[in-house]
Design a protein around this ligand. Structure first.
Ligand code: DC
Length: 211
């Protein structure tokens, strides 16, 4: 039976890693939907638009070419994440990216998608829904480690402030805010290493498949 797995949660909660591993485990295609918003944000910056320009952001979203985003290093920076969070608040941007994500979720063999609104808006009928979280402090520390290991010079405090601001914006917006779906299972990874967290996620999916 093909299965659709929806993985939502805040930045640096571990949802991307968990979603990618679930996809490998079940042999499913995986879409990191954050990359779509990051690509729109980076395109805006690259073309010299203000992130306050909702019309330009909507135009950038409609003209987005999704191929190759996973290999684009420019989308991995903190600046890209921040720009993504800003443009993600525009309903026109979300509308432009909706069909593409829903088509991915509805493909015949099943799929794994991760983001903020997968279980609520993109794939409300997904058989397995996970909402992955962790305290802001632990998430900031994880992101700080990743970025400093890649040579970025950034203070932990700045990282934490960034994460808190991003949470507030993603959860507080009117259009498809980040929220746990009623039927999603909460997985708090604050005290879990990635192996234990993945194991817990796999058990949640197994329980959903058995239903
Ligand atoms: O998961 P990420 O850090 O790559 O996401 C970057 C931003 O994109 C996030 O702060 C909010 C936005 N986003 C969204 O609004 N909806 C999604 N499904 C995925 C990401």
């Amino acid at each position: 039976m093909p299965i659709v797995i929806a993985v939502d949660g805040p930045a640096a909660s571990g949802k991307g890693t968990i979603a990618a591993r679930l996809a490998r485990t079940y042999g499913l295609p995986h879409l990191d939907t954050g990359l779509l918003y990051r690509a729109v944000g980076v395109k805006m910056l690259g073309e010299g638009h203000s992130l306050d320009d909702a019309d330009a952001a909507e135009g950038a979203a409609w003209s987005l070419v999704p191929a190759g985003l996973a290999e684009d290093e420019r989308l991995t920076t903190g600046e890209a994440g921040e720009a993504a969070s800003r443009v993600a608040g525009y309903p026109g941007v979300r509308a432009a990216l909706l069909e593409l994500q829903q088509a991915f979720a509805q493909q015949d063999g099943g799929a794994v998608l991760d983001g903020r609104d997968i279980g609520t808006v993109i794939a409300p009928d997904a058989q397995a829904k996970l909402f992955i979280t962790a305290t802001a402090e632990v998430r900031a520390a994880r992101r700080w480690k990743q970025l400093t290991a890649r040579g970025f010079d950034i203070a932990y405090e700045a990282m934490l402030a960034d994460i808190v601001a991003r949470d507030e914006r993603d959860a507080g917006r009117g259009a498809a805010p980040m929220v746990q779906a009623d039927d999603a299972v909460l997985l708090d990874t604050t005290d879990l290493d990635i192996e234990t967290a993945f194991d817990a996620a796999r058990r949640i999916v197994e329980a959903a498949r058995a239903r």
